[in-house]
Design a protein around this ligand. Structure first.
Ligand SMILES: [Zn+2]
Length: 154
């Protein structure tokens, strides 16, 4: 049973790591899943987000995790050896750079797939395979990483 074997190896590895050593930067949207997973693995020291409402919300759910809105505080925390970056994709580069400069290991999630786009006419469009046609006005867009690469509108 390969699945069982793998999970034994994972738990052995993490049990041998005495204390939490990971900081999470950004836990809105997809970051919530990363927060939960790191917490379950017992490796999460501190979770950081600029949104105070998110912090209050998650504090109620996750005990034993430090929450802060200060990225500098996480950078200066010597117990934190590695950072998971789960902020909006456009801000990744800056967070990754600053983390590496103070000697942290870094995991940056890939940019989330774009799921919505606002048409010129104001209609919110569903994006499917980077393609967003507007039924309302007939405009049509091809998108890549949040930018229009081809505007198929008339
Ligand atoms: Zn439109």
């Amino acid at each position: 049973m390969p699945a069982k074997k793998k999970s034994n190896i994972v738990s052995k590895y993490f049990l041998n790591n005495v204390s939490p050593f990971v900081g999470l930067i950004g836990f809105g949207y997809w970051g919530k899943n990363i927060l939960r997973n790191l917490r379950e693995l017992g490796v999460l020291d501190t979770a950081c987000d600029s949104n105070q409402n998110l912090i209050s919300e998650q504090k109620k759910i996750f005990s034993g995790v430090n929450f802060t809105s200060s990225f500098d505080e996480v950078l200066q925390n010597k117990d934190i050896k590695a950072l998971a970056i789960s902020t909006p994709a456009a801000t990744h580069a800056n967070f990754v750079k600053q983390s590496l400069l103070v000697g942290k290991d870094v995991f940056a999630g890939v940019p989330a797939k774009q799921i919505a786009w606002t048409c010129q006419c104001g209609t919110t469009l569903k994006v499917c395979n980077d393609h967003a046609p507007c039924k309302h006005c007939g405009n049509e867009y091809m998108l890549k990483n949040g930018k229009v690469i081809v505007d198929l509108s008339k």
